[in-house]
Every structure is written in structure tokens, then in C-alpha cells.
Design a protein around this ligand. Structure first.
Ligand SMILES: Cc1cc2nc3c(=O)[nH]c(=O)nc-3n(C[C@H](O)[C@H](O)[C@H](O)COP(=O)(O)OP(=O)(O)OC[C@H]3O[C@@H](n4cnc5c(N)ncnc54)[C@H](O)[C@@H]3O)c2cc1C
Length: 424
């Protein structure tokens, strides 16, 4: 269906009140639903957070308008609507930290930029440490963050106790010795990010084509000329892939094998509780992290399930593992009832870091390998991918995210666990 009205309406307190008083009759659809054109300057495959952000920045920052985002399902059906909403820039390595700090700065201006309430909430992130050597490692990480212009404070156990008195400080296996606190970290309403970027891109003329799965590529003489879709062939001067957990399947259609495996990651939400968690809290001796939504639910998660899959559901052993992690630092969580849980498919790269790069096929670009940390990267990923597509050269903060880094021995192995995606 072709909507007659586009979403040029500006949101404000005044609009909200005047619509409320006049029967809410003038709200417009947030984006159009156009039919595909025969061709575009740029096609972005994947209408998740990264694809929509790329389209938005291509139009806003680099002045392109003849763009389509081609999405298999509906907007928000992938990981952008499945993640646990955490944003932060507490990275150590020079290939990563400036990029994630750039992203955090873009988050800070996002709502004004998009004129959309994405509920950016900088309530802080606290990484707990349980040994002296871990505290030393956090001091090093904090220093690296500050050198890249980010904020970081090393807290002792007493200060952590003031923030979260209910934690199990004297647990005999995992005593809490302190933590690394990034005040500017926090959470953002994940699906509002997709909707906000979609609206912003649509307003700048980008066609968002939902229910339009890409089923193949038209490649001739080493050049990508467009994509085959369920709605027919759509030609493009440049084709940019951005399909997260489906990366290896989609790139296989273009004849490329990636240093990526797909794994499932689960998320959990408890019943609504009174406000108790100040921001995001992470366990340092196992994989468990928790925040609290505005409705009061404890939102938490932990490790990936650890086997290759494209199924968007997880298994019970990891549920047990995640809940054990929660009980180890926060025994009172055992009293809360679990309300819902779900899984998403992660594009786990071999060193835990992403790719934003050109491919060996002319006119074909790739963005992926975000593992379970790509939500926080959404604005910078979109910006840097748009920069690469528009200028054919990498943005300085994403210059290390190259596909050939394993061949060059230039891995960005933030965890230092080697080429094992299930350990990142
Ligand atoms: C449970 C869970 C918790 C997470 N928690 C966090 C967190 O707290 N913080 C954080 O930073 N990150 C987190 N992540 C990771 C983050 O969600 C992802 O890295 C990020 O969302 C991936 O980028 P995206 O939004 O573009 O992906 P998606 O939303 O998955 O977008 C990819 C899109 O491509 C589409 N697609 C696939 N194949 C095709 C095709 N053939 N044709 C057309 N379209 C296609 C899909 O339908 C999908 O909509 C979490 C992920 C999960 C699952």
C-alpha cells in the first residue's frame, strides 16, 4: 500500500498536547511503504539498527537520497528488537575504544538529532571486580578509556556498596573488591532506535522495503549490479550488506566465506520490581549482566549458548548458567519471577570485533561480526559504514575493522582468547 502522507510531522510537547485535545486525528504514519523502484544509487540489505542508521547518515551526512533499505521481515524483527539495550564505551584496545566512544557521543545527541524519543538513559555501567589482578586490569582499561576521551572511575568496595548495597560482597568464591564505573554508559529503548532511524531516513527520501527478502546477487565481471529479491530484481550502483546474524548466509550468496559463526544469545526479563538497579551491573567472575527497565523488570543475560545455529531460541543449560551468575552476586534475584525470555542470532567473529569494509566484489560492501555487542555500536556503525559507502574509504575510527586482518595477523582481540568465537 502506498501511503499518501509522509512522516514530515515534527514531534514536540506542543504537538502532543494539541493532538490529545483534538482527538489524535493528525498523526501521520511514521514511514512510507513504497513499492521498489527498478534501481537505486545505494541498496542496504538488512533493516536492523545498523542498516537503518547507515541509510539515515548516508542521506543526512553525505547527501545521498536515492537509497533503499531492503528488509526480509518487519523493522525491528532482528536483534535490534531483541537485545538487552546496553550502551557503553569501556573498551581497552586502540582499534576499538575510539570507535565506541564516537558511538556514545552520537547516542548523547541522538534524540535531538532524530526528533524522536529513544529513551537514552545514561544511568552508568558498573563492572564488578573480584580479585586484585582484575582490579589492576580494570585500572589499565580505565586509563585507556580516559586517554581516548571517555570517562572511567575505579571504585573501591565501599563505594560499590553505597551504589548497590544488596550485592553479595562477602561471597566466599567471588568477593567483590570494587568496580570500574562508566557514568555515561546506560541503556536505550532498542526498538525506538529502529523506528527513529527509519523515520529520519524516510523523511530524507529513503525507501524502506519491508517483507522483501534478498535471495541472490546480480554479479557480472566482478561487479555487483544489484540484488534479487522476493519482489524481483532491484539494481544498484552500490550494495551494502548489514544483516547481523544472517551475515554468513547472505554473503555465501555472493560467493564469500566469512570469518564469522552464528550463535544464539538469550535475554531474560523478570516481573516488575521497585527501582533497585542504579544502571547496568556486570559480574566479573562469570558472564552475567543486569539492568532495570522503566517498567521495573530486571533485564539480564549472560553467555551465548555456544553451538552454531540460526534458530532464534536458546536452551536450558545456559538459562541455568545465567541464573547462577545472578545468584552469585545478587542472591535476592532468586525471589523474582521470570516473566519472559527470548533468543537472537549473533554474528560472532573470530576475534570478537566487527567488520566495516569493502569486499573483493566491486560495489559490494560488508558490515557485520558485531557479536553480542553491536547495539551500542549502532550510531557509529551507521555513520562509519555510510562514510565508507559514500567516499570509498574507511572512517578513521573504523579503520581497523577490515576483513583481511586475520591474514595480516592484526586481530582486535579485546578478550585475548584467540580465534574462538564461542569464547568472545
Ligand atoms: C539477547 C541479546 C542481547 C543483546 N544485548 C546487547 C546489549 O546489551 N548491548 C549491545 O551493544 N548489543 C547487544 N546485543 C547485540 C545487538 O543486538 C546486535 O549486535 C545488533 O543489533 C546487530 O545489528 P542490527 O541491529 O543491524 O541487527 P538486526 O536487527 O538483526 O538486523 C539485521 C536485519 O537483516 C535482515 N535480513 C537477514 N537476512 C536478510 C535477507 N536475506 N534479506 C533482507 N534482509 C535480511 C534481518 O531480518 C534483520 O532485520 C544483543 C543481542 C541479543 C540477541
Amino acid at each position: 500500500m502506498q501511503f499518501l502522507e509522509t512522516a514530515q510531522m515534527r514531534y514536540s510537547a506542543f504537538t502532543l498536547i494539541s493532538e490529545a485535545l483534538t482527538g489524535n486525528r493528525r498523526w501521520k504514519h511514521v514511514w512510507r511503504e513504497p513499492d521498489p523502484k527498478p534501481g537505486y544509487d545505494v541498496i542496504i540489505v538488512g533493516g536492523g539498527g545498523h542498516g537503518l542508521a547507515t541509510a539515515y547518515y548516508l542521506a543526512r551526512e553525505f547527501g545521498l537520497a536515492n537509497i533503499a533499505v531492503v528488509e526480509r521481515g518487519w523493522l525491528g524483527s532482528g536483534n535490534i528488537g531483541r537485545n538487552t539495550t546496553i550502551i557503553r564505551s569501556n573498551y581497552l584496545l586502540p582499534g576499538n575504544e575510539p570507535f565506541y566512544e564516537f558511538s556514545l557521543k552520537l547516542w548523547e545527541d541522538l534524540e535531538q538529532d532524530l526528533n524522536y524519543n529513544t529513551m537514552v538513559s545514561q544511568r552508568g555501567i558498573l563492572n564488578l571486580c573480584h580479585t586484585d589482578s582484575q582490579r589492576d586490569a580494570y585500572a589499565r582499561r580505565g586509563n585507556a578509556m580516559r586517554m581516548a576521551g571517555a570517562d572511567a572511575i575505579l571504585l573501591d568496595a565501599n563505594r560499590v556498596r553505597e551504589l548497590c548495597p544488596y550485592l553479595d560482597f562477602d561471597n566466599s568464591r567471588f568477593p567483590i573488591r570494587g568496580g570500574l564505573w562508566q557514568k555515561r554508559g546506560g541503556t536505550v529503548r532498542h526498538d525506538a532506535v529502529a523506528w527513529g532511524y527509519a523515520r529520519g531516513a524516510d523523511q530524507r527520501g529513503v525507501d524502506i522495503l519491508q517483507n522483501c527478502e534478498v535471495t541472490g546477487f546480480k554479479i557480472q565481471n566482478g561487479r555487483c549490479l544489484g540484488v534479487e529479491t522476493k519482489k524481483g530484481l532491484i539494481k544498484a550502483k552500490k550494495t551494502a550488506i548489514c544483516v547481523a546474524g544472517s551475515s554468513s548466509r547472505v554473503m555465501a550468496m555472493a560467493g564469500m566465506r566469512l570469518p564469522i559463526e552464528s550463535h544464539v544469545l538469550q535475554a531474560f526479563v523478570s516481573e516488575g520490581l521497585k527501582p533497585i538497579i542504579p544502571g547496568v551491573v556486570t559480574f566479573g567472575a562469570g558472564h552475567f549482566y543486569v539492568s532495570q527497565s522503566d517498567k521495573g523488570g530486571l533485564v539480564f543475560g549472560g553467555d551465548i549458548d555456544g553451538y552454531n545455529t540460526y534458530a532464534q531460541r536458546g536452551n536450558l543449560p545456559v538459562v541455568e548458567d545465567v541464573c547462577e551468575g545472578g545468584m552469585a552476586i545478587m542472591p535476592m534475584i532468586g525471589r523474582a519471577r521470570l516473566l519472559r525470555m527470548w533468543g537472537g542470532v549473533m554474528d560472532m567473529s573470530m576475534d570478537g570485533s566487527p567488520f566495516i569494509d569493502k569486499t573483493g566484489t566491486e560495489g559490494l560492501y560488508f558490515n557485520g561480526g558485531w557479536c553480542y555487542g553491536g547495539f551500542k555500536a549502532t550510531p557509529a556503525s551507521g555513520f562509519c559504514y555510510a562514510h565508507l559507502i559514500a567516499k570509498d574509504e574507511p572512517h578513521p575510527t573504523a579503520a581497523e575493522y577490515r576483513l583481511d586482518r586475520f591474514r595480516r595477523g592484526a586481530m582486535i582481540d579485546e578478550k585475548g582468547v584467540g580465534a574462538q568465537p564461542n569464547l568472545h
